[in-house]
Structures are given as C-alpha cells and as structure tokens.
Design a protein around this ligand. Structure first.
Ligand SMILES: Cc1cc2nc3c(=O)[nH]c(=O)nc-3n(C[C@H](O)[C@H](O)[C@H](O)COP(=O)(O)OP(=O)(O)OC[C@H]3O[C@@H](n4cnc5c(N)ncnc54)[C@H](O)[C@@H]3O)c2cc1C
Length: 246
C-alpha cells in the first residue's frame, strides 16, 4: 500500500528462513509483524537459489527440500497474520520518536516500534558475467538460476528455439546441473565460477589456510570434469600461469 504510512509492532527486513521464523517468535510474544523483502516471494536463498535441494541440518528433519522448509515456516507464521511487502527493497531506515520509519523502493512507508534485520547477505539478484550485451540474451538463452529441475525442459525448449549455448552459475554448488545439462544437451556449456567462490578461496589463501594453486586447479578441474566446455572464472590469469609452468 504505497502512499500511506502503515503502523506495526515489528518490521522484519528479509523474508528468508530467519525472517519467517522471527514472525513466529514475535507472534508468540503478541507482536504484530510486517515483513519486507526485495524478492517477489518469501524464502530468501532457499526459494530463490535451491528450492529442490535437500537440507540435512534442520533439527527434527533428517532431510527436507528447501522449498518444503519455507512452506512449513510460512505455515508456522500464518496464525500470526504477518503482512508481507514483497518485491520491494528497503532503502531507508530512520529513527523517529518511539521507534523507526522504513521506506521501500516502491514507496511503502512503515512506522514500527522495532526492526529485525534478517537480511542474510543482503538483497541479491543476477550476478552478470562481464560479457558485452549479455542482457539481450537473458531469459532466452542465458539463465542465472536453475531453481527447478523442470528448468531443464525450458533449456531444451530454448535450444529448440535456437539458443546456441547455456551458462550455469554459480559453478561449484551447481556441478550437478552442469553434469545433468551435459548429459542432456549437445550445446556448449559455460560454468560461471562467481566472485563469491573466488573470494572464499582468496581469503583462505591469504590466511595461509590452503594452498591456493592446488585448491584452484582442483576446483577448475572438477568443473571441467562435470562437463563444462567453458569456465568463466576470476582465477583465469593465475590458472593459465600455473598450467603453463606445470
Ligand atoms: C546453494 C546453497 C545451498 C545451501 N545449502 C544449505 C544447507 O544445506 N543448509 C544450511 O543450513 N544452509 C544452506 N545454505 C545457506 C542458507 O541458504 C542461508 O544460511 C540462509 O538462507 C540464511 O537465511 P536468512 O533468512 O538469514 O537469509 P536469506 O535466505 O539470504 O534471506 C534474506 C532475505 O533478505 C532480503 N533482503 C536483504 N536486504 C534487503 C533489503 N534491503 N530490503 C528487502 N529485502 C532485503 C533478501 O532478498 C532475502 O530474501 C545454502 C546456501 C546456498 C547458496
């Protein structure tokens, strides 16, 4: 509801698993919640990045698919009637007498007695590889997420319609998708080893915890072994140097 200022006890920024469970906890204390998320649906990373992946570390659930966990968290929160504001990033947070005022990119304004920031690693969206005019191919032959295995069917349809290559990202968490696509499709497959994957290795190497050369070459080899024809990686220059001097 853009335009008017809405009032609540608690505003929760982020409708990921943490934000959803916070609704339940607040509800048990008799507090009314508004939940805001930049994504168009609740669930954070679980819904947006890996809804079908089994999770094994949830107490009481030996295994549960990420999407099912989110459905259960929503069900658990539902009796407390949270008000969701989805598809809108919170852009401003200021102190006002008696609480806080939030404003979103779509003009929603909320005054609240308390704010819970359950924003995970922050709002996220496509992490575009640095390729010219890639936007032209997005949604047609370039996809950033394979969030449903049925998506393979969509890839097949796109290939039928003329897509001449596919990109899978992030590379290491989605080696199964690379391997599955390799088995199913006879088009070049690029795996995008994203900046987060790069940063983790670099940070550990800088701490002296790992042998960077060995870890990088092993990771890149695993991507190749999964079936990628091309690897887009920030390790490229180092890897070439190491391979040339091997
Ligand atoms: C591929 C993959 C597999 C994983 N597997 C597991 C696993 O098996 N087990 C496990 O325990 N963990 C796993 N994780 C990690 C797990 O997903 C995260 O720890 C978890 O999602 C964190 O929950 P959260 O609610 O804190 O944050 P998130 O899930 O990141 O949700 C935060 C939400 O806040 C929103 N947000 C951020 N900033 C704003 C803003 N300014 N305005 C509006 N909205 C905002 C975001 O859009 C997002 O929806 C995995 C992660 C990935 C990427």
């Amino acid at each position: 509801m853009a335009g008017s200022v809405q009032q609540t006890d608690v505003a929760i920024i982020g409708a990921g698993p943490v934000g959803l469970f916070a609704v339940f906890e607040c509800g048990m204390l008799g507090l009314k919640c508004h939940v805001l998320d930049a994504l168009g649906a609740p669930g954070g990373q679980c819904s947006a990045l890996y809804p079908e992946k089994p999770i094994y570390d949830i107490p009481g659930h030996p295994t549960i698919a990420a999407a099912d966990l989110i459905a259960k968290l929503e069900e658990q929160a539902a009796p407390f009637a949270p008000v969701y504001h989805l598809g809108q990033e919170v852009e401003a947070l200021q102190r006002i007498p008696g609480g806080f005022r939030l404003a979103t990119a779509r003009g929603t304004a909320i005054e609240t007695k308390a704010v819970i920031i359950a924003a995970g690693v922050g709002a996220f969206g496509p992490n575009r590889p640095p390729l010219d005019a890639i936007e032209r191919y997005e949604g047609k032959s370039v996809f950033y997420l394979v969030s449903r295995r049925e998506a393979f069917r969509e890839v097949a349809a796109d290939i039928d319609e003329g897509a001449d290559a596919i990109i899978v990202k992030p590379a290491l968490p989605y080696l199964d998708i690379v391997a599955g696509a390799r088995e199913r499709f006879d088009v070049p497959i690029a795996a995008y080893n994203v900046s987060g994957e790069y940063a983790m290795v670099k940070a550990a190497a800088m701490q002296g915890w790992i042998d960077e050369r060995r870890v990088v070459l092993e990771a890149l080899t695993s991507i190749k072994r999964a079936g990628a024809d091309m690897i887009i990686t920030y390790h490229a220059k180092d890897a070439v140097r190491w391979l040339e001097t091997a």
